[in-house]
Ligand binder design. Structure first.
Ligand SMILES: Cc1cc2nc3c(=O)[nH]c(=O)nc-3n(C[C@H](O)[C@H](O)[C@H](O)COP(=O)(O)O)c2cc1C
Length: 214
């Protein structure tokens, strides 16, 4: 996969490109059971993470970081997830315990997106968290445009204090999610999308704000 230079000069205010619009109009997450390897190699992943980091970020707080799970260390992480699941669910069947950890080893690579807000910063934490969400969507899109399928998942492991400790999160950090990035040959079905008429309204100066009149 060719990787463009990380340095970007002479930026334009917009880059009209119908193929990008087409890609955005057709983007879909791939359910984890349909994902496999390979994932991006290290150079491609670096490029993806660099693009993912080009987000609106009020006052350049950089309230996120990436935790990459690959190779043998990822297998060990999966084992820790299984162990924790068994502890949290003492009645779980052994196959369910194993399956829980295997969620982490299905795609080529897992990227943990850590929300890492500066609690004292002038920029409100809410705005910092919105920035992290933008990173997440960029990460998916950059993965897709690099030829990889992916999905953004949280699940119990995203909020479990023991998992936080094992994965090295500080007290103020949280997982925005785990991005499972890999390969899939499956054709995906469309998922229902909101009707614009239900979510768009026009503010009117006469106070009669109307919805459904696009
Ligand atoms: C923060 C966040 C966490 C998510 N966690 C899960 C999850 O744990 N399990 C799940 O099935 N979908 C989860 N999703 C939804 C999927 O990522 C995905 O958006 C959904 O399957 C719809 O697919 P689409 O992206 O093609 O619309 C999450 C989405 C977000 C934004």
């Amino acid at each position: 996969m060719p990787v463009s230079n990380s340095r970007v000069d002479d930026l334009l205010p917009c880059n009209p490109d119908p193929s990008v619009l087409d890609m955005l109009a057709k983007r879909r997450s791939t359910p984890l059971p349909l994902l496999g390897g390979p994932g991006p190699d290290s150079q491609t992943l670096e490029h993806i993470l660099r693009i993912a980091s080009r987000v609106p970020d009020h006052r350049k707080v950089v309230p996120w970081r990436f935790l990459v799970f690959e190779g043998r260390d990822r297998d060990i992480a999966a084992g820790e997830i299984s162990k924790r699941f068994a502890k949290n669910n003492p009645l779980a069947k052994p196959e369910d315990v194993q399956a829980e950890g295997m969620k982490f080893t299905r795609a080529g690579v897992v990227v943990g997106l850590v929300s890492s807000p500066d609690m004292e910063h002038k920029t409100p934490v809410w705005e910092q968290e919105l920035t992290v969400g933008a990173v997440g969507q960029n990460l998916l899109l950059a993965s897709n445009a690099s030829g990889f399928a992916g999905v953004w998942l949280t699940g119990w492991m995203a909020t479990d204090p023991h998992i936080h400790q094992i994965f090295g999160l500080s007290k103020t950090e949280r997982f925005a999610g785990f991005f499972h990035i890999g390969t899939s040959d499956n054709v995906l079905k469309e998922r229902s999308r909101p009707e614009l008429s239900a979510i768009v309204s026009h503010w009117r100066s006469d106070g009669l704000s109307a919805s459904g009149d696009l």
